[in-house]
Design a binder for this molecule. Structure first.
Ligand SMILES: O=c1ccn([C@@H]2O[C@H](COP(=O)(O)O)[C@@H](O)[C@H]2O)c(=O)[nH]1
Length: 270
């Protein structure tokens, strides 16, 4: 999906919501647990119910890889089920020597029809470059993540420049791609840093996880992160998909997604 198409979807829906399909098999409703294709059945119901409120789905590969072959099959079925109107993110946090990154890129962009994959920048340009070589595909580099441990390294100042590591990552990485093929992860729990981050990367889209269970504020993220093209994809996973464990789980998920979307509509209209 191109940037123009993504922005058009956001404008049409008046939403920049990403629904995170972190489908932990132990948390899916009891009535589905014995289903032979439980994960895909759950995902299909969530997708059908939330489609109108979001512009994107993020599949965190960990929840599928941990289930072996069956999990990977569920991932494949899920990504194929998501309609082409919706931006498909593989949250896989890959990145290795170039020769190996090429195989990761092939997995998510050729074998599977993802639009974007999250990549850890720690190994440098040659580890990210293979993902950027695909037309109309996106590389989402970890910028400033939402977890407490992000302070361990990402906010350390580098003696050589006095800049924090994450600032250096943003400044350096931005030259490897363009606002048409490169995004950055910034955690919603780091909303107070967003104003500064927007001075470094004013135009790029940001994937923002951390609202809902991690306590990030959609209002603050929107206040400091929105740009002229919206420029945000805000993800919520558990708060939406596990809103209820009853038989009406998909309806409850839709209700939460609709609430986020309604709030986003207000911020887009300002
Ligand atoms: O900085 C980051 C990067 C990725 N994530 C991922 O986003 C979702 C968040 O799930 P919630 O249930 O909405 O908390 C999950 O897949 C994380 O691995 C992140 O949280 N922070």
């Amino acid at each position: 999906m191109t940037r123009t198409e993504l922005v058009a979807q956001i404008r049409q829906k008046k939403s920049y919501l990403t629904v995170g399909l972190d489908t932990d098999i132990t948390k899916i409703p009891p009535h589905l647990q014995s289903h032979p294709d439980a994960v895909f059945t759950f995902n299909k119901a969530i997708i059908d119910a939330t489609l109108e409120y979001c512009v994107s789905y993020k599949i965190n590969t960990a929840f599928y890889e941990s289930q072996g072959l069956k999990g990977w099959e569920a991932l494949e079925k899920t990504v194929h089920y998501i309609p082409s109107t919706h931006f498909k993110i593989a949250d896989a946090k890959r990145g290795d020597i170039g020769n190996t990154s090429s195989q990761y890129a092939k997995t998510f962009f050729e074998v599977l029809p993802f639009d974007a994959v999250t990549v850890a920048p720690y190994m440098g340009e040659d580890s990210v470059r293979p993902f950027l070589e695909y037309d109309n595909k996106w590389t989402i580099v970890l910028g400033l993540t939402s977890n407490a441990g992000s302070l361990d390294f990402q906010k350390l100042s580098l003696a050589s420049s006095e800049k924090m590591l994450y600032e250096q990552v943003l400044e350096k990485t931005v030259s490897w791609g363009t606002p048409n093929n490169l995004m950055f992860v910034v955690g919603a729990t780091r909303a107070s840093d967003l104003q500064h981050i927007r001075t470094i990367i004013p135009d790029h889209f940001l994937l923002v996880p951390g609202v809902g269970f991690q306590g990030g504020s959609l209002e603050e993220v929107s206040q400091y992160g929105l740009n002229k093209d919206c420029g945000l994809l805000v993800n919520a996973s558990r708060a939406i998909i596990f809103a209820s464990s009853k038989e009406n789980f998909a309806e409850e998920a839709a209700t939460i997604a609709a609430t986020y979307a309604a709030e986003m509509k207000q911020y887009l209209e300002v």
